[in-house]
Design a protein. Sequence first.
Length: 237
Amino acid sequence: MKQALLILSALGMGIAQTSGAAITISQTNNTITNTSVASNYGSSKNLYSTKSGAYVSNNDEISQAISNLSAQAQQKENQLSSLNSRLYAEQQQQVNTVPDSNSAPARAAARASRVALSGSSGYCARYVRKALQSAGYEFTPNPSAYQYATRGTLDKAGFSKISNDMPTQVGDVIVYDRSSKRPHGHIQIFDGTNWISDFRQNGISPYSGVYAYTTWRDSKFVDDASDRGIYLAMADK
């Protein structure tokens, strides 16, 4: 009997050496199959399969896969950190939305106030245009006041149209539409206290009636980020 067992053992070793051996190990809910495939004894490669269908090979490749996942996680963390930094910087810019005395809106308003006449001369567009250009705004002059809104002149110069209901601040510009009685419309700028065109006005409107108008503000001082076209998003890759 002992001799027979020895013979069977020798035969079994021969089979394992030539065709490989298969071992199945059950762990909790997953079944892992370890197959040693070799043409010669000692030159095998371990392959692991799981119920989920994922395949990995030896320990070196497992380590490499973990390393790759860690690198991807670090990349996402860096992207999130960069996004937070940009958002914080944008929020800081939004806090200071009131022009100081050295800002372009304030300089334009101060110029308009200095040269304002005691009464209307009929050249509001010329006076406001010179005030804006003296502060560094660049645009092509228009012959009529209303055209600074309809031709996109203020928009191209760096202004954004805002709600007429927003609180007024220095450097804001209002453009009145033209009408049958006022074919050239009207334009004016706020100096922090008064509305100035070619003269210092008593109120927001130089007219006795009610006329439609639009309000414009230097885009750098518009506190709504969406109005400036700022959209922050993290890339998927």
